[in-house]
Design a protein around this ligand. Structure first.
Ligand SMILES: Nc1ncnc2c1ncn2[C@@H]1O[C@H](COP(=O)(O)OP(=O)(O)O)[C@@H](O)[C@H]1O
Ligand SMILES: [Mg+2]
Length: 299
């Protein structure tokens, strides 16, 4: 019978509609899929839609999340999600409903994480509300649980730094890229000269082996990859974060990267936006307390 897909209007999206009709044709009983919203601002090449499925003539009770990408992207994300399921408690991640990959494209169909009849909110939104401290605490407690039994291995840290940072250099603004040939740069803000990271990252770095805690890591724990349900009265259910977007997850990551990324996102993206200093200092204190807990359990 096949499935009829509708997508938000745009030429680019109508290609996605045709691809989805092909990829989802075999989902048993699925007659209609109405993609109602396309999430923007993600960092992957995939397109992410919120969609309402209908089986026969009956609308499913919960919407779906559709992640459509190249075959290789979908395959990698699916494998990372399977891995994540063996380290992260099942109620803390969105479950996979279907996956289908053809020669060129792939689609991953996921549960709408933290959906309880109301649209969930992400950690970025929650950071500006009074519940931010509780939210940070529960997120850090969850990630402490998956980071708490690392194995210690020698790792070449400069190599890891290059793996992380070099692919991002080409995204730097032209003004910064122009300085890449200079070993030191002068900072007018601080009135001092500093070693230029971009210069060193594009050259051979000495090998420096450091004993490091290695284990499962989400790999991209930014503020939009954590969702919370909203109750009827609009309260954010901060005790139960749901983590999404595990495509960078690995079992041999540095155990502190998730906490470090979360902390960097909070400090550098959110703190300048958070208005009351009360809220700010409470949150900073919560983060520090949690960091001590996780650092103690790792050492
Ligand atoms: N399972 C899900 N449940 C609810 N929202 C989701 C889900 N997956 C993705 N989203 C929404 O779509 C956005 C982009 O999806 P994500 O998987 O994070 O892609 P990207 O790799 O582009 O960051 C998320 O920030 C979130 O708002
Ligand atoms: Mg994401």
């Amino acid at each position: 019978m096949g499935v009829t897909v509708t997508v938000p209007q745009s030429e680019a999206n109508s290609e996605d509609r045709d691809t989805l009709e092909l990829l989802l044709a075999e989902v048993p009983g699925l007659s209609r899929l109405e993609c109602t919203h396309r999430f923007s601002g993600g960092y992957s090449g995939s397109r992410v839609y919120l969609a309402q499925p209908t089986f026969g003539v009956t609308a499913a009770p919960n919407p779906w999340i559709i992640k459509l990408g190249t075959a290789a992207e979908t395959q990698a994300e699916d494998a990372a999600l399977v891995l994540a399921k063996s380290f992260v408690q099942s109620n803390l991640l969105a479950s996979k409903l279907h996956v289908k990959i053809d020669g060129e494209h792939g689609v991953l169909v996921l549960d709408y994480a933290a959906y309880q009849g109301r649209t969930p909110v992400d950690l970025e939104f929650t950071m500006r509300r009074p519940e931010s401290e509780e939210a940070v605490r529960s997120v850090v407690a969850a990630l402490a649980a998956w980071s708490n039994s690392p194995q210690w291995h020698l790792r070449n840290l400069p190599r890891s730094l290059k793996d992380w940072c070099v692919p991002k250099l080409e995204g730097l603004p032209p003004r910064i890229r122009e300085t890449m040939g200079l070993p030191t740069v002068y900072s007018p803000d601080f009135g001092e000269a500093y070693a230029n990271p971009a210069y060193h990252l594009t050259r051979d770095l000495p090998r420096v082996e450091v004993l490091s805690p290695i284990g499962f890591a989400h790999g991209d724990l930014n503020l939009r990859n954590v969702l919370f349900a909203r109750e009827d009265g609009h309260a954010v259910v901060t005790a139960k974060p749901v983590f999404i977007d595990f495509r960078h997850a690995r079992q041999d990551g540095y155990s502190l990267t998730d906490l470090a990324k979360l902390e960097a996102c909070i400090r550098y993206q959110q703190m300048p936006l958070i208005e009351t200093s009360d809220n700010l200092s409470q949150m900073g204190a919560a983060l520090l307390r949690q960091r001590e807990t996780i650092e103690i359990s790792i050492t």
